[in-house]
Write a protein of this length. Sequence first.
Length: 329
Amino acid sequence: MGLFTVPEARAELARLRPVLDELVRLRADAAELAASLRPGGRETALGGLPEWKAAQARLDDLMTTVQRTGAELKGFAPLLIDFPAELDGVDVLLCWLEGDPELCWYHRLDLGFAGRRRLPDRVAAVTVVADLFDGIAAHYDEDTFHGLVAEALVDGLGRTAPEIVLDVATGTGVAAFAALRLEPGEVLAIDISPGMIAKAEAKAATRDPGKVITWQVASAVPSPVEDDGADAVLCASSLHFLGTAALRDWLRALRPGGRVGFSLPLASAFRPSEAFAAIVPTDLKLPETEDDAAELASEAGFTEVTVKRLDVESEDRVRSVFVVHATKP
């Protein structure tokens, strides 16, 4: 299996938590049963030899479940799980030890557990961002504004069916699902938030029965797409959290002639909470006019730039975004 990114490893660890909890419980049960079966051992209410055998068989199943994810089960008591990864061009193992509240350690392949270090702050910060978006995942779809933005983004891609669509910072998959009406060959939808991806996957059972969309917990920059590997890129209401590096990455990922569609809030209307304001990059100036929005795409190297302002009236306010479409030359 391939390497994990830090977000992928953390998402996999979250999915494995019920398995690991059961493994810890059964490990203790098996130890107690084994002790009771030895000569002079103390009887236990857990049972006898059949129960010990059943516990051992179930432990084998659980350990196999862990290994099948691509993670490496290095220790049994306490549990020690490594996720093969790459950090700054070096092969490493992201390291989780039973009792760790989250995945925040790593070590080089040649150093082993003795060389275990905390992940750098810049990498650990990914958890902060993911947690923020996890926190709003449950109610994200209650805001119908997201769907209107997604439809506007897909409208501007044209009618030609793209082979590969990349939906960056997909959230609960609103834009990815909207892109299905273009009849693409494949949609890769990525987000740093495991909670958002889980919500999207739950909806996909009915919204994407053909399984055209692949869901992946991953950082947006760089996106997990090869150079010139996508026909279209979508990014709904997220570029202001990603910065100008995302624009450069989309130019890299798109094939010549490929289209990008993204939205940005107006500078005068953007009022994030304190927590979200803290993760807004400083290298991207939010636009106040259509020309400002177009300039962001043009300066990044895109051509055929068009911008439309989308205004949506709600009960207490008018919500406005710029919807930008452009082409990779």
